[in-house]
Design a protein around this ligand. Structure first.
Ligand SMILES: Nc1ncnc2c1ncn2[C@@H]1O[C@H](COP(=O)(O)OP(=O)(O)OP(=O)(O)O)[C@@H](O)[C@H]1O
Length: 627
């Protein structure tokens, strides 16, 4: 066809003469002439947007491109060797994603079948993307259907992609540079794009309505599970929260409404369209044979449906925290973040480094991680600051029989070996002497331990958790901590906040108080005493609070801790020292005639705990009442 013939045909159609062209082609020609004032005799060059503007369009369509990509790639895989090009255009008509054969790059670019090409009907004239945006329907613009001669060699088929609110959001186009003369040759292409779009819309619906029920449907049971015709998201109250285009058409038909007016569908009760309520959805889940999952639409048509339950709400995620980690604190964002991080580390065997002031619960957290990890072996805690340097080596690494004077005759397994299969917790790691740091580094690098005097190293496997109240980076800078060891320990870092800044103070207070008993009964806290505890600065953190409660429990009467039972000087301006706690405990011990077991019974804790606390506070168990 010559330009003159083409122009003459368009003019004839415009004058209202009969035509063999599809109605949507004629309507587009009219828009081009009447609305856009285009001239079919003037060839409009393909417009390719400059990179900056293309980037803006791509950024806006990012989510859609990500969802559409696998559908596009699969479709392209099916048609690539037949010289088809795939374009994904946004609702403005700009090509934001493109799959084509690089061998024809120049021709494709010239024809506008390229990334960044702008197919808006207002300047490109009649074209598949533009006409699809204007009509909202899948269609083929074949060769001389195009408005001017620039694009007449092309055959382009496009289908609209609707978002879950029923608005046209993009167009998928499949084009050929050269095609057979017959337009019907593109019927298969039309089937392929509409099928791909249906899948893209379903994927988009599933992605965007994760918290709702999704009902997928098909007209025949065989296709329900493999290739449903559409999907509807339904909220808790049984209203339509989102849908695919196939669903919009089906629902509109069922209730005699217009699918082009999504506000007549979105937000409406599903029961207006289908013989269905929210309570019927569980019965439509997979598990029942497909042919039994039948629904009746309000227009009397039957369809087969498959309901997909929403996943549990995010709150449930907290429920899945291992119990040991749940016990770490109350529900504040800071503690929740700490628990989530610790839970993730617990699932790995990464070395963990915990930082926190003294008494903030570093060992408690380390034990919780050990418990949450499900490790079979033991939790072995070593306080690097407490072992005398001379003993540290044999304590940690063990020794062979007779390795040195005073060595155990049958030798001794070191603490590192004891932790085999479990967790080694090195508390106050910053206080470890440099010589031991070097040996520890070797254990970590080689995963073996060599006891003193032993001929051969032994294999060990454990998770390492270390802790310090000191700034290890500063120690590295000062030369008292090995830098290479620091990097090996500081793989997964956790930081415990000081008690004075914890938003869950009351939760912790209640928790610690719940472990106390007086004469077999729970202990209460008078409101003014609680206020005093809240106002204190707690330099000794949780340990200090625990000690204060222990002593106050011992001193209180009628099971209620009052202000008078709290150590003097407790309050916002005072800085309570461990000496105060020691003095209170000493007083309580005196009250039991220096008998640790008796005091432990009175305090409602076991003897080991009390001994540990006394050791920490520098109190000897053989202490006699002081007069
Ligand atoms: N989340 C918690 N809930 C209840 N009690 C806790 C919690 N965290 C710590 N504690 C208690 O607080 C006290 C101090 O905890 P822990 O010994 O773990 O602190 P730490 O930081 O390791 O101390 P240090 O720096 O002296 O080694 C312990 O009695 C512990 O049982």
């Amino acid at each position: 066809m010559t330009i003159a013939d083409h122009v003459r045909e368009i003019e004839s159609v415009w004058q209202g003469n009969a035509s063999m062209r599809d109605p949507y082609v004629i309507q587009s020609w009219r828009r081009c002439l009447d609305d856009y004032r285009l001239d079919p005799a003037v060839n409009a060059e393909a417009v390719i947007l400059p990179e900056g503007r293309l980037k803006e369009h791509r950024q806006q369509a990012e989510g859609l491109i990500a969802i559409a990509r696998s559908g596009l790639e699969r479709l392209y895989g099916n048609v690539a060797n037949q010289a088809y090009v795939l374009l994904l255009a946004d609702r403005a008509g700009v090509t934001v994603e493109y799959l084509g054969d690089p061998r024809y790059d120049d021709d494709l670019r010239r024809a506008g079948l390229y990334l960044g090409s702008d197919w808006a009907e207002s300047h490109a004239g009649t074209c598949a993307v533009g006409a699809c945006i204007a009509t909202g329907e899948a269609l083929t613009i074949h060769q001389t259907d195009h408005f001017d001669m620039t694009h007449t060699p092309l055959s382009c088929t496009a289908a609209p992609i609707y978002d879950t609110a029923g608005q046209l959001s993009a167009v998928l186009d499949i084009s050929l540079l050269k095609s057979p003369v017959e337009k019907t040759s593109q019927n298969l292409a039309r089937h392929l794009v509409t099928t791909t779009v249906r899948r893209i819309e379903l994927a988009n619906l599933m992605e965007r309505t994760r918290r709702q029920w999704v009902l997928r449907f098909a007209l025949s049971p065989e296709f329900l599970d493999v290739d449903p015709e559409g999907g509807i998201a339904i909220d808790d109250s049984g209203r339509i929260a989102g849908l695919t285009h196939g669903a919009a058409r089906m629902l509109a038909r069922a209730a005699g409404r217009d699918w082009r007016r999504p506000e007549q569908l979105i937000g409406q009760p599903i029961s207006r369209f289908l013989d269905l309520s929210i309570d019927d959805l569980p019965a439509l889940m997979r598990g029942r044979p497909t042919h039994e999952r039948v629904l009746r639409a309000r227009d009397g048509n039957m369809l087969f449906a498959h309901a997909i339950e929403p996943p549990p709400r995010p709150r449930a995620a907290r429920q899945t925290l291992p119990p040991a980690l749940r016990r770490l604190g109350g529900e504040t964002p800071e503690i929740k973040a700490l628990q989530d991080r610790a839970a993730r580390f617990a699932r790995t065997d990464l070395p963990v480094l915990i930082h926190g002031e003294t008494g903030t619960g570093k060992e408690y957290l380390a034990r919780a991680i050990h418990e949450a990890s499900g490790a079979k072996g033991p939790f072995v805690a070593v306080n690097c600051a407490a072992i005398p340097e001379t003993l540290a080596e044999s304590e940690l690494f063990g020794h062979a029989p007779g390795a040195f004077t005073g060595a155990a005759p049958r030798g001794r397994r070191g603490l590192i070996e004891e932790a085999d299969g479990g967790t080694l917790f090195l508390d106050e790691i910053g206080d470890m002497p440099l010589s031991l740091q070097t040996r520890l580094l070797r254990v970590l690098a080689e995963r073996t331990v060599q006891p003193l005097g032993a001929a051969r190293p032994r294999k060990v496997g454990f998770r390492l958790i270390s802790a310090s109240h000191r700034d290890l980076r500063a120690l590295v800078a000062a030369g008292s901590f090995r830098e290479d060891l620091f990097y090996r320990l500081n793989v997964a870092a956790l930081s415990l906040p000081p008690l004075r800044s914890r938003g869950d103070f009351d939760w912790l207070l209640a928790r610690l108080l719940a472990t106390r008993q007086r004469e077999g009964r729970p202990v209460r806290l008078a409101p003014d005493a609680a206020a005093m505890l809240r106002a204190h600065r707690w330099p000794g953190n949780l340990r200090e609070l625990d000690n204060v409660l222990a002593v106050a429990t011992a001193l209180c009467e009628e099971g209620e801790i009052r202000v008078a039972d709290l150590p003097g000087g407790l309050g916002p301006v005072s800085v309570r020292t461990e000496d105060d706690a020691a003095a209170s405990l000493r007083a309580a011990l005196d009250g039991c005639g220096g008998n640790v077991s008796a005091l432990a019974r009175r305090l409602g804790c076991d003897r080991t705990t009390l001994h540990r606390r006394m050791r920490r506070l520098g109190i000897s168990g053989r202490l006699r009442p002081q007069h």
